[in-house]
Design a protein around this ligand. Structure first.
Ligand SMILES: [Zn+2]
Length: 235
């Protein structure tokens, strides 16, 4: 495969912020774009995790494996093949993940990094958005109506991406990570995390492929970069 560790992204976070999420690409297409990824579903109904050959929909009420024709209005995926893997006895926070990536790849500040963390997590704070209450409702409003869970002593996998600061609005500048438990019953968009005995695999991505929607909804959206709004809802 000649696109190992390339990133594929559908749509823009800026579009999601403006509530552009009626439709998108089918799950079957996203599966062809990588073995790990994050995103959301039509009407922003929950969080998406792509892990190996499956796409999961994480919602407040539980997790289901997505159908092949479910619509994905926004997602990032990669054919992940770690170039570095490290075992860590103690991982204290999202900041420690950043320190690990920076120590392994100090030259990657302006590049993308994808990573996967497996292990037993001491705690994971994860949210799931509940979906739009009306058509076009912006993501910034959904942050006020999200379900936040604090999981303790839980085994699972984190799929993450680090985006350079200058790309805010293309996707989430900094870290965007989703968690799913080993038994596939719990998970969400990670707000904070700590772990013991975690295996951190990572790869720098210098190739980014972006596919933009051609829908009327997307073409009519007033796209802009809402830096503080993104930090509030995706932090
Ligand atoms: Zn997310």
């Amino acid at each position: 495969m000649d696109n190992v560790n390339h990133l594929y992204q559908y749509s823009l976070l800026n579009a999601l912020m403006e509530g552009v999420c009626e439709a998108g690409i089918p799950v079957s297409k996203l599966l062809s774009k990588g073995n790990q990824g994050v995103g959301t579903f039509a009407r922003m109904n929950g969080e998406l995790v792509l892990l190996d050959d499956k796409v999961y929909q994480l919602q407040a009420g539980g997790i289901r494996e997505a159908s092949m024709d479910d619509q994905i209005p926004y997602a990032v995926a990669t054919h992940f093949s770690p170039t570095h893997t490290q075992e860590h006895q103690r991982l204290q926070s999202k900041q420690s993940i950043d320190q690990i990536l920076t120590s392994v790849a100090p030259q990657a500040a302006n590049l993308f990094v994808s990573y996967r963390i497996r292990g037993r997590f001491v705690s994971v704070t994860a949210r799931t958005i509940r979906g739009q209450q009306y058509r076009g409702q912006p993501l910034s409003e959904l942050g006020d109506n999200q379900s936040v869970n604090h999981y303790k002593d839980i085994e699972g996998t984190i799929v993450g991406f680090r985006t350079p600061a200058a790309w805010q609005g293309f996707s989430v500048a900094g870290h965007h990570l989703h968690f799913i438990s080993s038994d596939c019953t719990r998970g969400g968009h990670v707000l904070d995390v700590s772990a013991e005995d975690a295996s951190v695999g990572m790869a720098v991505a210098a190739n980014v492929h972006i596919e933009l929607p051609t829908s009327e909804e997307f073409s009519q959206a007033k796209l802009r970069v809402d830096d503080s709004g993104i930090k509030k809802v995706e932090g």
